[in-house]
Design a protein around this ligand. Sequence first.
Ligand SMILES: Nc1ncnc2c1ncn2[C@@H]1O[C@H](COP(=O)(O)OP(=O)(O)OP(=O)(O)O)[C@@H](O)[C@H]1O
Length: 284
Amino acid sequence: MLTVNNLNVTLDTLVLANDMSFALEPGKVNVIIGPNGTGKSTLLKTLFGDIQAKSGVVSFENETLQRKQLSRWRKQFGYMPQDIRLDVELSVLEVVLLGQLNTLGFRLDDSVIEEALSALDKIGLLHLADRQVNKLSGGQCQMILFAQALMRKPKILMLDEPVSALDLHFQHVLLDHLDAQTKEQGWVTIMVLHDLNLAAQYADNLLVLKDGKLVANGHPSDILTPSLVKNVYNVNADITKDSAGIPFVRTIRNTRTTSSSKTSESNNLSGTRKKIISIAEGAI
Ligand SMILES: Nc1ncnc2c1ncn2[C@@H]1O[C@H](COP(=O)(O)OP(=O)(O)OP(=O)(O)O)[C@@H](O)[C@H]1O
């Protein structure tokens, strides 16, 4: 079980986690949703130990996250960050093998290479094994980084918007594989998604963030409601359920919302314009 108790994270003056507490069970896919800039990536980075919390306790099994023992803590994680650029002169196979950097020696076991090739095969990308990663498309890079994260054999797997560059087919290849492996291996999987319907289909547990607060936490069929979508995104939605009880979210265009948000945007712009002009005048 990964537990987070009374977590507070502040960056500059932004409060990105405000007394957040939750517990995530092994063998479950946990999906984090919430508006842009609300602190989803910051939460993942805090759990990984990249960002230091102001207060609170994060623990997994019998271990607690501590600055002194970061490298030991991180060995439990597979982490697929949001940035998918792979600007290195390495082959796809080499990049996937880097997932096992902790255990790689001077001589590579055939079994490790077989494992990497099999990981690529399972996600339908074996044909790319000897291609240079800096010549791949964005979506191909994203799938390769997913294969690399799987190679780590993590206890906790974190993925930050893992399907953002993927076409429909590969979105489901990645998420089906992730779901099956999470259950088979007993991983604690935590993933940030923006697509509410993918979140509803794949989350065993949904964590909804807004302004640094955990505003809802539970199974999508229990917590995904029109009022939650309105409260969190300021968007109107119809939500129906399929025969298995999985919610389907249909968002509704609201011309009034668009025009009022345009007004506040133009107000902000006029404030920003004034600020830029005063900075420019000061520089002359
Ligand atoms: N190191 C930092 N120092 C100061 N502010 C930061 C830092 N990292 C992120 N932020 C700010 O914290 C806020 C939350 O960022 P974060 O990336 O966690 O949001 P997010 O919910 O993942 O957003 P998105 O959906 O757009 O990816 C943003 O306003 C961002 O600019």
